[in-house]
Ligand binder design. Structure first.
Ligand SMILES: NC(=O)c1ccc[n+]([C@@H]2O[C@H](COP(=O)([O-])OP(=O)(O)OC[C@H]3O[C@@H](n4cnc5c(N)ncnc54)[C@H](O)[C@@H]3O)[C@@H](O)[C@H]2O)c1
Length: 320
């Protein structure tokens, strides 16, 4: 049986993936530092944990380890033989990244370096690295994997650096990397700093949401995204070298359409329009030709159904 390590496995995408992976086929380990970049209670909830695991300790297959901490990271790799790393641990999102550059650099660039360095030392040849649509910046659309990255946020920059370090390790040490550039995942367990979650929370807290008109996002429903990551595991098993895949839907949705759907659910939803910030991309739009050919998958959930499913989860989670 293959041993898979998911870094950042308590987060939105990591925990959703964990729940959908076949536990009879894979032995799955999780590393997460349960950081407070958003309410860590949600991370415990994601993994059905009653209380936080002490630092550098584990509960069954779940380890509270910070990837910035090389010593404890190494203790893990000394003890467990891993065949594949799915590296998701990072400070995500563009909004705070320009203000907290050092934190983003430490977690996303140095943290990724530590993970890749351990992989080299402990001869783990297969790594999936979660990059982001943010690396494309305001490139022309649709974004293709062979475009030159031109991020406009520090977060995007940290993901480009992660990709560059992966490329270096692949070319110099014969490790196989699959870089997945994820496009706006949404759905149950979504992070509270992401658009839909933030909008619904604002509503229930009696606040207006801030909307950037004329923007659009290639939203990817979590189940579709997780299915594509699962298929990526099979692809990376036979991959030699490094490859890059967009993970999106190729169906950008305008913010005005998102608002129309939200208003159907919450007629008195209130918002103000503001000008987009300099680090916010105008649009994201994945060219999915390569991914569809390789992963043989067509996303199934349309935006209206996806937002409804998220809203159901939201009401249940907060007991609204
Ligand atoms: N959600 C999206 O739409 C999206 C889009 C593009 C890329 N991504 C990338 O996918 C990955 C997962 O994103 P997510 O939305 O699930 O975010 P998330 O914040 O919910 O999950 C990330 C997890 O990593 C953990 N983590 C952070 N720093 C760590 C560290 N130093 N050591 C150990 N654990 C650490 C966090 O505690 C968290 O549980 C991230 O790398 C993110 O940049 C996400």
């Amino acid at each position: 049986m293959k041993n898979i390590l998911i870094t950042g496995g308590a987060g939105f995408i990591g925990s959703s993936l964990y729940k959908k992976l076949d536990q009879n086929r894979y032995n799955i380990f999780i590393i997460d530092n349960f950081s407070n970049n958003y309410d860590a209670k949600q991370k415990l909830h994601n993994l059905a944990l009653k209380r936080k695991i002490q630092k550098n300790k584990n509960y069954k297959n779940i380890f509270n380890i910070d990837i910035k901490d090389r010593k404890n990271l190494e203790n893990f790799f000394k003890e467990y033989k891993i065949d594949l790393i799915i590296h998701l641990a990072a400070l995500p999102g563009v909004h705070f990244s320009n203000e907290r550059m050092r934190d983003y650099f430490e977690n996303n660039v140095k943290g990724s370096f530590n993970v890749f360095e351990m992989a080299k030392k402990y001869r783990i040849e297969k790594i999936i690295f979660s990059s982001s649509s943010s690396i494309y910046g305001n490139n022309r659309v649709p974004f293709k994997e062979n475009f030159t990255p031109s991020p406009i946020s520090f977060y995007g920059f940290t993901k480009v650096e992660g990709e560059n370090i992966a490329k270096f390790f692949s070319e110099n040490f014969g490790m196989d990397f699959l870089i997945l550039r994820l496009f706006t995942f949404y759905g149950p367990s979504q992070r509270p700093d992401l658009m839909l979650h933030k909008f619904f929370l604002n509503h229930y807290n009696g606040k207006r949401s801030v909307v950037f008109p004329n923007t659009e996002r290639d939203f990817t429903y979590i189940d579709d995204g997780v299915e594509m990551i699962k298929r990526s595991i099979e692809y990376v098993e036979n991959l030699k070298g490094l490859d890059i895949l967009n993970i999106g839907c190729s169906k950008p949705v305008k913010i005005e359409e998102v608002l129309r759907i939200i208003k159907k659910l919450i007629p008195d939803f209130k918002y103000v329009e503001e000008e987009r910030k300099s680090f916010d991309m105008k649009r994201t739009f994945a060219d999915m030709k390569k991914s569809k050919r390789i992963l043989e998958y067509e996303p199934k959930t349309d935006i209206e159904e996806g937002i409804r499913k998220f809203y159901l989860w939201f009401k249940e989670y907060y007991r609204f």
